[in-house]
Design a protein around this ligand. Structure first.
Ligand code: 4AD
Ligand code: MG
Length: 430
């Protein structure tokens, strides 16, 4: 009977066939210890000469790492075994050969590993990260679906910028001059929210900034909710609840993976809404108290974010950034028009901004002014201006970058491990 390693406990005392790959192998004279993995887990398969005969026993001594194997054997409980069970091998079939697998248990440099990312994903640690990523995405979908948000997909090929013209990838597009890979689905989300009330999009987004920091990918996944009849406070509350729900979901269901990653879960346990909140003005004051020279008006850099977040033991909400530091669509603060009704959420432990959003300009004339101030062509935004012509209402939303959240929750040094095939300034392969 075929079995998966993750469910091996259900088969104790029975003979099963595992179909997987040889992860590792060591021998002590008359016994081979084979670590087999099948995608659901790892298990030790113990092969004795007495049980399988000389020929198979000898052949097994030459199986290379990552040979595809079907292993038939008896499931036996063993308190010393990592998962609590071992397999006493009765038979082994070589399904696909593997010789000189390039990723060995010794240390490799990260560029070497990234060049072989298509194989590196088989490593236990990388599998754990990808499972946590899957869980995070699942939590996000469940969170929005259970609150009545409608998933509406937004285009990837777009005619114009959303987040500033300096960070766009262009693509030749038939008779049109150029198309651009989307930086955010937000503008379309706003249209969809006027149709369906509460919506979200969830897909790949692209940024062409020539940044080499550990927080930047050129292609990353972003979830973006958008709500009609919503204020900055509604947006902030939703962001807090989402972050708390995602962290809790991973703690509930992915402890084994966090353990593989050596993640200290104590800081994650503290992530409960509401989060501490500071205004941009207060944040600047805090930075100056820390001795950092920070000029009022700009966006925070990584060191600023790390210093600010480091003062708190939970994610930090920063609101009301200067309008000049944010995108054209931000609603000005009615009490201080030089500020915008914007909000960022900064992750603790130095992981920086994971969420950016706010309330959108809902007045036609203000939006026309803002487009002009940002040098954006009114023609391409005519459809977006329509939303202010026909039944405009206060509305808002945010974007959360999946890889930044994965990197934070997994405790990774760099976002490049948080996505299956990272796209970076100097990397487009494999
Ligand atoms: O702050 P950003 O640029 O906001 C927007 O794109 C808005 N239009 C979203 C909205 O309101 N609907 O990006 C949102 C989030 C950031 O907080 C960060 O988590 C992630 O997207 N992000 C990146 N992640 C990885 N690599 C990059 N280059 C990223 N740029 C942004
Ligand atoms: Mg931002």
């Amino acid at each position: 009977m075929d079995a998966h390693i993750s469910e091996i406990a259900d088969h104790e005392g029975r003979e099963v066939t595992l179909r997987g790959w040889l992860h590792n192998r060591r021998s002590s004279g008359k016994i081979h210890f084979l670590t087999v993995r099948d995608g659901t887990g790892f298990v030790q398969a113990v092969m004795s000469k007495a049980a399988v005969g000389d020929d198979l026993f000898q052949a097994a001594d030459h199986l290379g790492q990552e040979t595809a194997v079907a292993v038939r054997g008896l499931v036996r409980a063993d308190a010393r075994a990592p998962g609590g069970f071992e397999i006493d091998v009765r038979h082994l079939e070589r399904v696909g050969a593997s010789q000189d697998y390039p990723i060995t248990p010794k240390e490799h440099g990260v560029e070497y590993l990234l060049d072989r990312r298509h194989l590196w994903v088989r490593a236990a640690r990388q599998q754990a990260i990808l499972r946590v990523r899957h869980e995070i995405i699942d939590c996000i979908r469940t969170f929005f679906n259970s609150r009545g948000f409608v998933l509406v997909d937004t285009p990837i090929l777009t005619p114009a910028a959303c987040e500033g013209t300096t960070t766009l990838f262009s693509v030749p597009y038939f008779d049109h001059a150029t198309a651009f890979l989307t930086q955010s689905g937000q503008l379309y989300n706003e249209a969809n929210a006027m149709a369906l009330g509460r919506v979200y999009c969830f897909g790949p987004t692209f940024r062409a900034e020539k940044s080499k920091t550990r927080r930047h990918l050129t292609e990353f996944w972003m979830v973006e909710p958008e709500m009609a009849y919503a204020t900055l406070d509604d947006v902030t509350a939703l962001a807090e609840e989402l972050v708390a729900a995602v962290v809790q979901g991973v703690l509930d269901r992915r402890r084994p993976e966090l353990e593989v990653l050596g993640r200290d879960t104590a800081p994650l346990e503290r992530v409960r809404a509401p989060f501490p909140r500071v205004s941009y003005d207060e944040a600047v004051e805090l930075l100056r108290q820390d001795g950092l020279e920070f000029e009022w008006g700009g966006d925070f850099g990584s060191p600023d974010e790390t210093a600010l977040a480091g003062r708190f033991d939970r994610p930090l909400v920063v609101h009301r950034f200067p309008a000049a530091a944010k995108a054209f669509y931000m609603q000005p603060d009615p009490e201080r028009p030089e500020l915008s009704l914007s909000v960022d959420v900064l992750a603790p432990e130095g992981y920086g901004e994971i969420i950016g959003g706010g309330q959108r300009v809902d007045d036609y004339d203000t939006l026309v002014d803002r487009l002009r101030a940002h040098d954006l062509p009114a023609e391409t935004f005519e459809w977006y201006l329509d939303l202010r012509r026909y039944g405009s209402v206060p509305h808002g939303g945010f974007g959360m970058g999946v890889e930044r959240v994965v990197a934070w929750i997994c405790g990774l040094e760099h976002v490049r491990e948080a996505i299956p095939y990272p796209r970076l300034l100097y990397r487009l392969t494999p």
